[in-house]
Design a protein around this ligand. Structure first.
Ligand SMILES: [Zn+2]
Length: 73
């Protein structure tokens, strides 16, 4: 299982495996305690977790056209 969490150091969205208790942020290097972290989403696969992170990032963006781009096939 993977958790999609916010880094308390830089506020960016990162993915962490529940096999670990802490996760070093890939952006700022801060050690994030998974139990204290704000969990945005959960996923069973890395592929899905990456897709969720991308979607969350796009949702944050003010450009709404980007948000729906991936749903156009
Ligand atoms: Zn960080």
């Amino acid at each position: 299982m993977y958790l999609i969490i916010n880094c308390h150091g830089c506020g960016k969205i990162i993915m962490a495996s529940t096999a670990n208790k802490t996760k070093s942020c890939t952006h700022c290097g801060a050690k994030v305690d998974l139990h204290g972290a704000r969990v945005l989403a959960r996923s069973s696969t890395t592929t899905e977790a990456v897709a969720i992170i991308q979607e969350l990032k796009q949702r944050k963006s003010k450009d709404s056209q980007v948000t729906f781009k991936k749903f156009r096939v």
